[in-house]
Design a protein around this ligand. Structure first.
Ligand code: ADP
Ligand code: MG
Length: 610
């Protein structure tokens, strides 16, 4: 048989390698920013268009390249950063694989301009799909500019796989954050479609964090510092009261490189134990410096996981350092279980004469009245219940009685069953959590929180996609401040939010957004924190993918606005809840696919009495 094995031509090999290195525009941004930093730049400019799909450019004032180096830099495994395998164990640079530029050039149109300090003239190169198209001398400043156009132009499958410009921009912004947060000594500019997103001057870590994440960070940060033989830890943790329901503000950097480490994350979270609610995550920006020979930077170009030699020691140190920081700044309550402060008598009281205790009577007190133990959310539980349904037209509400139910489906039977009794059946609330009512064949026990989630979910979904929600005009428009990143997300979901009743005025300078109306279901004081939470949860949800924007938003809104367990509901509200649940399209399950109600059939009850 004839020989059949051939070496792949370089441009094919490069395209294959590119699949590993470049997954989306954000990967290009990461590689180019890292190269600029490795080149010793003190100023870096990032310019993108259309979420990086049509253009990504990074301009730096670093060391630049000679003409030969400029040409060589696009060869695979061409690097100036390591010379032998040993160097891998003493990495001081971000790059070392020498494959980023070769990969990027294989799948896009690249233009490079570069000049070193000592060269008179610089070099301009154009490469298209690994092919050198032109090379010419130019006059330019010291430094390098790399411009990447039409990413994946020759791999349509990849190009089609990209998400919307806004989603891609978000990934780019994430990469930008990861680089900017660890180099406060470098000046960064970031433009998207001609608009400046970030203008970061050289500053301290603390200021850089607030410039990147949002100015409200300044007062939230608690410094952390520890130096040991194994590791130097510095950076900040966020005060426990600012822990968020969604992840997003957790950053570890090891030797100047953003890393992910579930293990070390656990160390930090465990230091917060008892200070934050179970389902919330503390924010942190922690910079770890270890001897480069004790850390194994993942050889895979896009993975951010690393392996530390002294992982266990690191865990313990990190945990105690964070605990210490929390304690030192009086963030952690001082617990002393042996000591009962009620037994203390302040000195000046010891001398005083005893006063007879007075008894006061609350004549209005009614022991049978149920009072909520939680602060009552501004949403209606008793009064204003009808607000929950603002937007559901009367047509919708009546239409359910004319719905036909198929008797073969068990679920529908209960609904039909319920409907027959709907007008006469009493309801009552059990444990401020369940609404109990009867149906022809037995009894229904409804989970109030889940049921309300289902109702709101369908309401919001409809409003977002079909009809306009009802807004409540604010007497005085309110301003909410966002970080740049939050604004990007807000822009993405703004139209949907407008559909359900938010009225956005212009974005002002300083990233303040003015609102002059909100959905009628919301109270004014909730708005800022509600939007904050919504945005971060939306981001989190988006990264998991799978659902449409409308579904995800409707889900998050319903989750956050539904009445909670523990809230007392008046008769009227209970009845409205039950009626509205059964006028839903899918009354049986909450948006998270959990049961909204269970049934106890008379037959079964009878059996239990046997
Ligand atoms: P790596 O960064 O792993 O070495 P790259 O493909 O990213 O591989 O870059 C190849 C080489 O090109 C680098 O080692 C460096 O010498 C040179 N280079 C790339 N970008 C720049 C830049 N912005 N300024 C100066 N030199 C650069
Ligand atoms: Mg590189």
């Amino acid at each position: 048989m004839a020989d059949i094995i051939k070496l792949l031509p370089d441009h094919v090999a490069n395209q294959i390698a590119a699949g590993e290195v470049v997954q989306r525009p954000a990967s290009v941004v990461k590689e180019l920013l890292e190269n600029a930093i490795d080149a010793g730049a003190t100023q870096v400019k990032l310019i993108v268009k259309d979420g990086g799909k049509s253009l990504i450019q990074v301009v730096d004032n670093g060391v630049g390249m000679s003409t030969t180096d400029a040409r060589l830099s696009f060869e695979r495994h061409a690097t100036s950063k390591i010379k032998s395998a040993d160097d891998l164990f003493n990495l001081q640079t971000k790059g070392f694989r020498g494959e980023a530029l070769a990969s990027i050039a294989a799948i896009s149109h690249v233009e490079m301009q570069t000049k070193t300090e000592t060269d008179e003239l610089g070099t301009r190169l154009k490469i298209e799909g690994s092919k050198m198209v032109s090379q010419e001398p130019i006059t330019t400043q010291k430094g390098t500019s790399i411009l990447v156009k039409n990413l994946f132009y020759n791999i349509p499958a990849r190009r089609n796989f990209l998400k919307s410009n806004q989603v891609e921009l978000r990934h780019i912004t994430d990469e930008f954050h990861r680089v900017a947060l660890v180099h406060p000594d470098i000046e960064f500019h970031f433009y998207n479609n001609g608009a400046e997103l970030f203008n970061l001057s050289e500053t301290t870590y603390r200021k850089r964090i607030s410039n990147v994440i949002g100015s409200k960070m300044v007062e939230r940060l608690v410094p952390v510092h520890e130096e040991t033989d194994v590791v130097n830890i510095s950076g900040f943790i966020c005060k426990p009261e600012f822990a968020k329901k969604s992840r997003g503000e957790q950053f570890f950097f090891a030797n100047g490189r953003f890393i992910k480490s579930p293990y070390l994350h656990h160390a930090v979270v465990s230091a917060f134990e008892g200070l934050i609610k179970p389902d919330t995550y503390p924010g942190y920006f922690l910079y770890l410096n270890v001897d480069p020979s004790t850390v194994d930077i993942n050889i895979h170009p896009t993975k951010t996981e690393v392996k530390f030699e002294n992982e266990h020691a690191l865990y313990a140190m990190l945990r105690s350092t964070v605990k210490h920081a929390l304690g030192q700044f009086n963030v952690a309550p001082v617990l002393d279980f042996e000591h009962d402060p009620n037994l203390d008598t302040p000195y000046d009281y010891v001398q005083k004469e005893a006063v007879l205790p007075r008894v006061t009577v609350d004549r209005g007190f009614n022991p049978f009245e149920q009072k909520s133990t939680q602060p009552m959310p501004a949403r209606p539980s008793v009064k204003g219940w009808e607000n929950l349904y603002a937007g559901l037209s009367t047509d919708d509400r009546q239409s359910f009685s004319s719905l036909e139910f198929e008797s073969e489906s068990e679920q529908k039977t209960f609904e039909g069953d319920y409907l027959e009794h709907a007008r006469q059946t009493p309801t009552f609330q059990l444990h401020r959590k369940y609404i109990v009512t009867t149906i022809k064949s037995g009894m229904l026990v409804i989970d109030q929180h889940r049921a309300h989630q289902r109702i709101l979910y369908e309401k919001f979904l409809k409003e977002i996609t079909v009809q306009e929600g009802v807004s409540q005009q604010l007497l005085f428009p309110i301003e909410v401040k966002f970080s740049k990143k939050e604004l990007t997300v807000l822009n993405e979901i703004k139209d949907s939010l407008a559909n359900i009743g938010f009225i956005f005025e212009d974005v002002k300078k300083d990233n303040r957004v003015k609102l002059s109306g909100v959905p009628s279901i919301m109270a004014e004081h909730q708005i800022a924190s509600f939007l904050d939470g919504l945005i971060s949860e939306y981001q989190e949800g988006r990264s998991h993918g799978g659902t449409s924007q409308a579904e995800l938003l409707a889900h998050l809104l319903s989750k956050n606005l539904a009445i909670r367990n523990g809230e007392p509901l008046e008769q009227e509200s209970q009845e409205a809840l039950v009626n509205d649940l059964f006028s839903c399209k899918e009354p049986m399950l909450s948006p998270s696919k959990k049961k909204t109600y269970i049934t106890l059939l008379v037959n079964d009850i009878e059996k239990r009495f046997l």
